[in-house]
Design a protein around this ligand. Structure first.
Ligand SMILES: [Zn+2]
Length: 309
């Protein structure tokens, strides 16, 4: 089963990114008149999203909105591919995301510099999107699906071009990567702090803003439905602070970035008792990305202090 019901109007599709179940979700909201798809997954898994939609009784040609929450390839990669089968769909994205949806060249280069050419090839190439198909949103916007209202909220920190989406009537919050990774097959939260544009202070503000929306459930991209909203928000804040502190400390030693990654993996083993050999491969990849993101942030922060003095 690729897709499942969350409520009578909200659904989850498992994109099975890189062949791994329960790691990258796409969500669907069906209003009385219109249907929205929140996040799109990797370009290489757009077929799974199409299949999931059909399982839900949604013909792709009848989708009205595609809402990639931000540009990262596991969220926006499939947008242009899906759009080919969705002639009436509009893409809703943050205004800072729009230029890179229109021309994804830099996006792919940036991902390749973080994850390596080989992985990025497996993620699949995003297709350029016609600018006329995109509606840019800023701080807040509302989408009427017919008895179901989606509010998009600018949610920077993880990335400056990120939005979260609140399904107002049911108070379901599609959190995007503002919350940490809570994989069902891995018992601890991993911070979502990859390069190139992490900003921990903005991330903390975004978490508080999201808490104020008083959601009943979090719909987490990585991965799934969480009713323990405050716990997940608290853990995200705590773990992110803890990792930033630890990576800052290790960055002041002789260790290389890859050795710092190893230290953080060791720390998780100590906390959870799970041996490194039992970490799923996607967790190893994400831990590395999150550590590199914090290091990139520290480098930017020290460069800007140096330029001020
Ligand atoms: Zn992301």
């Amino acid at each position: 089963m690729v897709s499942a019901r969350i409520t009578s109007r909200a659904y989850i599709i498992d994109t099975v990114g890189m062949g791994n179940a329960s790691t990258i979700a796409v969500y669907v909201v069906k209003g009385a008149r219109r249907t929205a798809v929140i996040d799109c997954g990797y370009a290489s898994t757009y077929g799974n999203v199409m299949q999931g939609l059909r399982q839900l009784g949604v013909e792709p040609s009848r989708v009205d909105y595609l809402i990639p929450t931000h540009l990262h390839l596991d969220h926006a990669g499939a947008t242009g591919h899906l759009l080919r089968y969705m002639p009436r769909a509009r893409v809703i994205a943050h205004e800072r995301a729009v230029p890179h949806l229109v021309d994804p060249t830099k996006l792919v280069e940036s991902a390749a510099s973080i994850f390596g050419e080989k992985l990025v090839q497996m993620y699949g190439k995003p297709l350029p999107i016609d600018k006329n198909k995109i509606t840019a949103v800023g701080e807040e916007s509302h989408i009427d699906l017919g008895g179901a209202t989606l509010t998009t909220l600018h949610a920077p920190g993880h990335a400056p071009h990120q939005i979260a989406v609140l399904f107002e009537e049911e108070r379901l919050l599609f959190s995007a990567d503002a919350v940490g990774m809570v994989f069902p097959a891995f018992p601890t939260l991993v911070p979502t702090t990859p390069p190139p544009s992490l900003d921990p202070a903005k991330l903390a503000q975004t978490l508080e803003m999201l808490r104020q929306t008083d959601p009943k459930m979090l719909l987490v991209p990585h991965y799934g439905v969480r009713k323990d909203v405050n716990l997940v928000l608290d853990r995200t804040r705590e773990k992110t602070e803890e990792w930033v502190k630890e990576v800052t400390r290790l960055n002041g030693t002789h260790l290389t970035p890859e050795q710092i990654v190893e230290e953080l993996r060791r720390k998780i083993t100590e906390e959870t008792g799970i041996p490194l050999a039992a970490f799923p491969s996607y967790v190893l990849v994400m831990i590395r990305a999150s550590v590199l993101g914090i290091l990139a942030y520290l480098n930017r922060a020290s460069a800007s202090t140096a330029s001020k003095t």
